[in-house]
Design a protein around this ligand. Sequence first.
Ligand code: ADP
Ligand code: ASP
Ligand code: MG
Length: 419
Amino acid sequence: MARIVMKFGGTSMAGTERIRNVASRVKREVDAGNEVAVVVSAMSGETDRLVGYCREASPLADPAEYDVVVAAGEQITSGLLAITLQSLGVKARSWLGWQLPIRTSSAHSVARIEDIETAAILASMAAGEVAVVPGFQGLTAGERVTTLGRGGSDTSAVAMAAALKADRCDIYTDVDGVYTTDPRIVPRARKLHRITYEEMLELASVGAKVLQTRSVELAMKEKVVVQVLSSFSDAPGTLVVDEDDEMEQELIAGIVADKGEAKVTLVGVPDKPGVVAGIFGPLADANINVDMIVQNIAKGEGKTDVTFTVPRAQLPASMDVLEKARDAIGFASLLADDDVAKISVVGVGMKSHAGVAATMFRALASRGINIQAITTSEIKVSVLIPMDYVELAVRVLHTAYGLDGPIAGDVAEDAESDA
Ligand code: ADP
Ligand code: ASP
Ligand code: MG
């Protein structure tokens, strides 16, 4: 007997028929003698709809009340799954975040899980009941409902697996594993049977949304065995593992396109000490996460340009912050461009190989794709390019690094973005 956490994403939970499919997968694990907790997302499109209501009600909605609204999607699917399991003769009950409780920080809309109370849920599971837990939600010490940031149900599942000391955390989604790149963009993407935590973390943090970044951080820290699988097929998935000597060392694990950033350029900034701090200090104070940064060499009269990227949703706030600091910084003009995308190549093999970045730049140049900014880490190279070239760039790079395989199957047709 094993103790398993199974997590089902938005596409898997979209409608009663799909919930019945989920329930039959859960029943299979129960019939095999396992103890099961299930973490569910809202139906696909539902969280977007709820976010839309909040924005309509007020663009500056109180984050605590925003969380009350957007946490509701998962309440519905957890109840529906419990009902459906019962209809199949499986004992089951739902446990909302506040009922366990799942304690989080008080950073509404981006809360972090701090602790999960497990005594009651473990007793119920030991008595043969499937525990159905809504993902994405928690409770502050002050008893207010929180949510964990978009895609947060992955993190709920891994945290639940760690708290329950589960043998496995199986993440069921609308693709049958982690691929060398998004199989919706490149049909020749190859499924990775194993991937290291480190690579998965980097892929997630540069924008591959198949797992939320925090879920991978937590799995790595708590040594949770994570597997990515399809809700719609029985194909073997991807196992996230510690780096080991036996793993075939591919140079590149994957390529990621992220359309979630926007570019800001400050033109004519005085080239003297303290100016860069004057730009990024106020942005940090406003909780704006700056990603790529380029400072040009000074032209003639001691002026330079500074370019950087911010999350697309924070572009208006960034412009506002910088305009207010215009006199203190002393720039000539401020430009915003949200017609950009970030393309990253990730692989632990890079640590010991030269030429990875050169291959990238050459491949992009061969198609006339202009690079606007570059950042690198030990196992990653990212470039900023015009949005129109995203799909071409991903395909060209996928071929340039020798990653192309046969055309993939098993991608659910009507999958939407996040639930
Ligand atoms: P869920 O609703 O199940 O949480 P998500 O939409 O959050 O699913 O994540 C799954 C999606 O991630 C896939 O449909 C796919 O388009 C996208 N994706 C991006 N990069 C990759 C990758 N390298 N491998 C697999 N899927 C990827
Ligand atoms: N429903 C939430 C979202 O769409 C959480 C999740 O599905 O992981 O972001
Ligand atoms: Mg997701």
